[in-house]
Design a protein around this ligand. Structure first.
Ligand code: KG4
Ligand code: ZN
Length: 322
């Protein structure tokens, strides 16, 4: 969705939101074209702002997947060209490992093992993290991701893309109790999620109701509550099942304030610690990719000049850094 570069302490972002908002979602071809136009000027700005010389750069990290192939290929091609011309190693980084370890960018120290709830536009997963690169999938969405459910429901409520933050803002004006939506999958004993039924239920309610501001806010409130309750219940179950007492919440949707508050409350009740990153590092950013790249570079986990991208790269396919 965005073009990103991190060099030393510079974290820059070119947001593509305005270009895609008109279409109500990401247009893959358009995303790749915008990447191509923006990536070199962004690298130049980062170099200028950081005032660091090219000679002082020791490695380049890039996102190799999961994600849209067109955008991945542009990032990979540019960074490999730079790696060749600057004569520095290149480190492929898994986008979801970036989110998973993003709380390590903060001062509060995060130790392994822990549970992670990864909630983004493309993923809704519960992960058990044993050490860097050793991850077990405990559960995931059997249909739509939670980010997608937020975005599509927001669209039905007449909100602009990306819908998650807009829906959440509207929900602040909602009246608790006016609507009651089902909490998906809470009675199944596994750790999977499902959001397509809730999405359809919400859509039916929207179609039957007046479209005044208060009604839309009340629906947004109840939709957000149902999604968050479903996530929190499964997180609680994951802590209980694994016997762990640390939980990370990461990915774009972890910027959601209601989710942050309710997970925190649950964690306190379960005598567990919760780890988030500040909101600007919840959504896609270069800092998390550079951080994981640095960890892997330190252990010499970098590749030669063969361009590697993997649109469906799974966390369980990663290797440890020992
Ligand atoms: O991680 P991310 O930036 O991109 C992907 O890797 O997909 O996540 C983007 C998703 C979008 O669906 C967006 O609507 C959602 O995160 N999001 C939110 C909030 N901020 C971003 N959803 C709910 N509440 C928010 N405050
Ligand atoms: Zn992401």
């Amino acid at each position: 969705m965005t073009t990103l570069v991190l060099l030393f302490i510079i974290n820059l972002l070119h947001s593509q939101v305005d270009s895609h908002a008109h279409y109500g979602g990401i247009v893959p071809e358009l995303a790749a074209r915008i990447h191509m136009h923006k990536i070199v000027p962004l690298i130049e700005t980062a170099l200028k702002k950081s005032r660091c010389s090219i000679k002082s750069i020791s490695a380049i990290a890039y996102t190799a997947g999961p994600g849209l192939i067109g955008s991945l290929l542009i990032g990979a091609s540019i960074t490999h060209a730079l790696s060749f011309s600057w004569n520095v190693p290149i480190v492929p980084v898994n986008h979801m490992e970036g989110h998973l370890l993003s709380p390590m960018l903060e001062e509060k120290k995060l130790n392994f093992p822990f549970i992670a709830l990864l909630v983004s536009g493309g993923h809704t997963q519960l992960i058990q993290a044993f050490e860097i690169g050793a991850y077990k999938l405990l559960g995931e969405s059997v249909d739509d991701s939670v980010g997608d459910a937020f975005d599509k429901t927001a669209k039905l409520l007449g909100l602009r893309y990306p819908g998650g933050p807009c829906l959440s803002k509207l929900a602040q004006y909602g009246t608790p109790g006016r609507f009651r939506f089902p909490r998906p999958m809470i009675h199944s004993s596994d750790l999977n999620f499902s959001f397509s039924g809730l999405k359809t239920y919400t859509s039916n309610v929207i179609n039957k109701q007046e479209k005044d501001f208060q009604t839309r806010a009340d629906i947004a409130y109840e939709f957000e509550s149902a999604v968050v309750d479903s996530l929190v219940i499964k997180c609680k179950r994951a802590l209980k099942k694994t016997g762990l007492h640390r939980i990370v919440v990461a990915g774009g949707v972890s910027a959601n304030n209601v989710l942050r508050k309710k997970i925190k409350k649950m964690a306190i009740n379960c005598k567990s610690e919760v780890f988030y990153v500040r909101p600007e590092f919840c959504t896609d950013n270069a800092a998390m990719i550079a951080y994981v790249g640095m960890l892997r570079f330190k252990q010499r986990k970098y590749s030669k000049l063969n361009i590697f991208v993997s649109p469906n790269w799974l966390l369980s396919q990663l290797t440890t850094i020992k």
